[in-house]
Design a protein around this ligand. Structure first.
Ligand code: GDP
Ligand code: MN
Length: 346
């Protein structure tokens, strides 16, 4: 089994001798990528890395979602690269547009102001639809309804190491609901009222607050304020059934009604993270230390013996985990864990 503390690698010798055509047993899970047709170039290399490092032995499906129809070029390249079934879904326009309760003029004024303030994606409408879709809808897509777990992948992400074990199986066997590799601080200007909205929700629904939650990871003053720590959601391995639960559904609904996707620029990362921190037990959240990962501009690079065993090619000095803007140190302290072997390596 896969324990906290010293990381055990599931038989790396064997992984090197596995023939690509050998089929290992899967759990009920899928990769999922939200993308535009123009993203296929940046996505192709990412898919190839995941296939070479992991999925060619398992052949998990891969669901691609888009607010427009995928074109034949996208479908041809994705189908060629994915060893499992490549499946293509269109997002209903009702889930990629302003909900009727949102004042579009007020939202336009916010975008103009955020543009002045040079807030990243502050002036973008599509980015807001994307964040809202990732927060509240992707797990309800008919193609996603068949699965219990997902692994989210974004264009241009890199996977630096072998993955000689099945992360989905860890989720199942260790009863994990949310897995991450990078955590960091959010830009305060994108979420000024998210915490108060969240607090109001939990005051009205104390039944959704988990026992043994991770409040002390996301707040430094016992829940009075948000410390901006969140899991970086461009990488996620998590439970779809959790996101489809009445608790998460009610939380998303309350946030959507508050309008912060459009009157501010709430990201799906802090939303998934606050939900995970408050609605899950801390032992249902998993740090996938073994998965070497890059999404601009941050790297998670395994250290010590593990880095050799997993044939990683990232640079240890790029590892973001213990740097000032990361929250992973706080996560380790909160969980009472020792930092991994070789964490101070350059
Ligand atoms: P960042 O990582 O926050 O800089 O944002 P990205 O540009 O990577 O967008 C996050 C994810 O949503 C990626 O998988 C993108 O391909 C996808 N995405 C972003 N905007 C759109 C859009 O307008 N349409 C579609 N279909 N996908 C989008
Ligand atoms: Mn991205």
């Amino acid at each position: 089994s896969h324990e906290q503390g010293p990381i055990k690698i599931a038989n790396p010798e064997r992984a090197q001798h596995v023939k690509p055509e050998e089929q290992l047993e899967r759990v009920n899970a899928t990769f999922v990528t939200l993308a535009r047709n123009s993203d296929i170039g940046d996505l192709a290399g990412t898919i190839k890395q995941i296939e070479d490092r992991f999925n060619s032995r398992y052949k998990y499906d891969w669901v691609f979602l888009n607010d427009k129809e995928f074109d034949s070029n996208f479908k041809r390249i994705a189908t060629r690269l994915v060893s499992g079934r490549a499946r293509f879904g269109k997002i209903p326009s009702s889930q990629w547009s302003f909900p009727s309760h949102v004042d579009v003029e007020k939202a336009a004024n916010v975008r103009a102001e955020m543009k002045e303030q040079k807030i990243i994606y502050g002036d973008s409408i599509s980015y807001r639809h994307m964040c809202r879709y990732q927060s509240g809808f992707f797990f309800q897509h008919p193609l996603m309804m068949e699965y219990e777990y997902y692994w989210r992948v974004e264009p241009s992400a890199e996977f630096y190491c072998d993955i000689p074990f099945d992360p989905f199986r860890i989720m199942v066997e260790e009863k994990k609901k949310y897995g991450f590799v990078i955590s960091l601080l959010e830009y305060e200007t994108t979420v000024p009222t998210l915490w108060n909205t969240t607090k109001t929700f939990f005051k009205q629904h104390p039944e959704h607050l988990a026992k043994d939650n991770s409040m002390d990871f996301i707040s430094d003053d016992g829940g009075y304020s948000y410390n901006l720590c969140h899991f970086w959601s461009n990488f996620e391995i998590a439970s779809l059934e959790w996101l489809r639960s009445p608790a998460y559904t009610a939380y998303f609904e309350a946030l959507d009604q508050a309008g912060g996707f459009f009157y501010e620029r709430w990201g799906d990362a802090p939303i998934h993270s606050l939900a995970a921190a408050l609605m899950l037990r801390r032992d249902e959240i998993h740090f996938f230390n073994e998965i070497g990962y890059y999404h601009a501009p941050f790297t998670h690079c395994p250290t010590g013996k593990m880095k050799d065993e997993l044939r990683c090619y990232c640079e240890s000095k790029e590892n973001f985990d213990w740097k000032g803007y990361s929250c992973t140190s706080k996560w380790f302290d909160f969980m009472g864990r020792e930092k991994p072997d070789g964490y101070e390596d350059e």
